[in-house]
Design a protein around this ligand. Structure first.
Ligand code: FES
Ligand SMILES: [Fe+2]
Length: 420
């Protein structure tokens, strides 16, 4: 008989059924913070290009926990929980900046850029009265630090001393993606952020579901940026926790698309663009991959969508809300035409983007639809059931099952039978 977990069941050993309560239950959300976000995972929190100089810092999150990433005076990237060691105040209140040290607004305890406590006002009181007891040692009360890994300028952190080293965790799948994306120096060109009224895992499901893109999104489907009739696929690491899906522009014709989508609305021959430059593409990576996305377990996303390149940090806020934080960049040697293409194409992405807007909206719609459907289950069978294997088509959601496999393992959720 199936064990229940938080009153929910996982009836399929291949993770092809997911109980909807996992998207609404605040107790599960709290447990995720411990078992996943403070568990043996690596989370992308910044790019080195954002903090080139000593003292440069950025605030981010690991799950719900606020963190700060800083280039310390040793020249290395350090990270700590953004919480004063005294009574818990958020220490760094700006999104970014440059500092020699960090002073808490509350009682002015001061920390160096590595998180060591270096100053306590009235440490020994005044005139023999007040202050800290004699046995108080500043060296015992630094900020809580995180392990940091920097790979090709992408900064990842983990709470766990015993987490695999980053490169093992990333697997050649992710490393190859990052090698391509960061093959030359980048330059940050902007940020976007939005609140989405949905559970954070719905967004990861969306990212690992190559099939939806050529159905939900009418603009790329109609104008050929991404279609289910093009060549493409979905690849995973050996543990099936990360996924890359990719498509090749120009590998179908309008006739192929019209035939493939016959009778369905996504291929919309009523849509017209007065200015088609937003769907231009420059083959700058010389591999004809016109879009490629890495969803890095559990909550980091790297995007090459046409000529836009960006990271997305998925920051859970509650069981029913997350923040999506986009860091958009180009390469330092972009010519002005290419930079303009990137800026223009970014109107496809982000909160108001004519493509990405739809991903936020379907998250909201799912959350609304499942609100009182706690132990009903979604169906995840596109691309096949059983073993979770790479696909050479984008008409697949197999990688979504890979996400749930790793999720259940970390959460200790009892799935119906032993998984493959
Ligand atoms: S809480 Fe930060 S100095 Fe007191
Ligand atoms: Fe999408």
């Amino acid at each position: 008989m199936q064990n229940t977990w938080h009153g929910l069941t996982w009836p399929a050993a291949d993770y092809s059924r997911v109980p909807y309560g996992v998207f609404t239950d605040q107790a599960i959300f709290a447990e995720e913070q411990e078992r996943i976000f403070r568990g043996p995972v690596w989370i992308n929190v910044a790019l080195e290009a954002e903090i080139p100089n000593v003292g440069d810092y950025r605030a981010s999150f690991v799950g719900e926990t606020p963190v700060v990433v800083v280039r310390a005076d040793d020249g290395n990237v350090h990270a700590f929980v953004n919480r004063c060691a005294h009574r818990g105040t958020v220490l760094v209140r700006d999104l970014s900046g440059n500092a020699k040290d960090f002073t808490c607004v509350y009682h002015h305890w001061c920390y160096d850029t590595k998180g060591n406590l270096i100053g306590v006002p009235f440490l020994r009181g005044l005139k023999g009265k007040g202050g800290m007891p004699p046995d108080f040692k500043m060296s015992n009360h630094g900020l809580r630090t995180l392990r940091v890994a920097v790979y090709r300028g992408a900064v990842f952190v983990t709470f766990r001393a015993d987490a695999e080293n980053f490169e093992d965790y990333a697997d050649p799948l992710s490393l190859k993606f990052l090698d391509r994306m960061f093959h030359k120096p980048i330059e940050i060109i902007g940020y976007m952020r939005q609140r989405i009224p949905a559970n954070w895992k719905l967004y990861l499901e969306n990212l690992k579901d190559a099939n939806h893109a050529g159905l939900l999104h009418q603009v790329p489907t109609t104008f050929g940026l991404w279609r289910n009739t093009q060549e493409g696929g979905s690849s995973m690491d050996k543990k099936r926790r990360h996924e890359v899906h990719y498509g090749y522009l120009g590998t179908d014709t309008d006739e192929d698309a019209a035939a493939g989508y016959a009778g369905f609305t996504p291929y919309n021959d009523q849509l017209k663009l007065n200015d088609t430059s937003i769907v231009d593409y420059r083959n700058e990576w010389n591999d004809n991959i016109s879009s490629e996305f890495l969803s890095f377990f559990p909550s980091s996303v790297f995007q090459q969508f046409s000529n836009t390149i960006a990271t997305r940090q998925v920051r859970p806020r509650s069981a029913t809300e997350f923040e999506l934080f986009w860091t958009v960049f180009g390469y330092q040697d972009d010519d002005s035409t290419l930079r303009m293409m990137r800026l223009k194409q970014n109107n496809l992405a982000g909160p108001g983007g004519v493509v990405s807007m739809e991903d936020g909206e379907v998250g909201r719609l799912v959350q609304m639809g499942i609100k009182r459907e706690r132990d009903s289950h979604s169906i995840i069978e596109i691309g096949g059931k059983g073993p979770i294997e790479d696909q050479t088509t984008v008409i697949t959601e197999v990688a979504v099952r890979g996400f749930w496999k790793n999720y259940c393992e970390l959460m200790g959720a009892p799935v119906a039978q032993a998984a493959e």
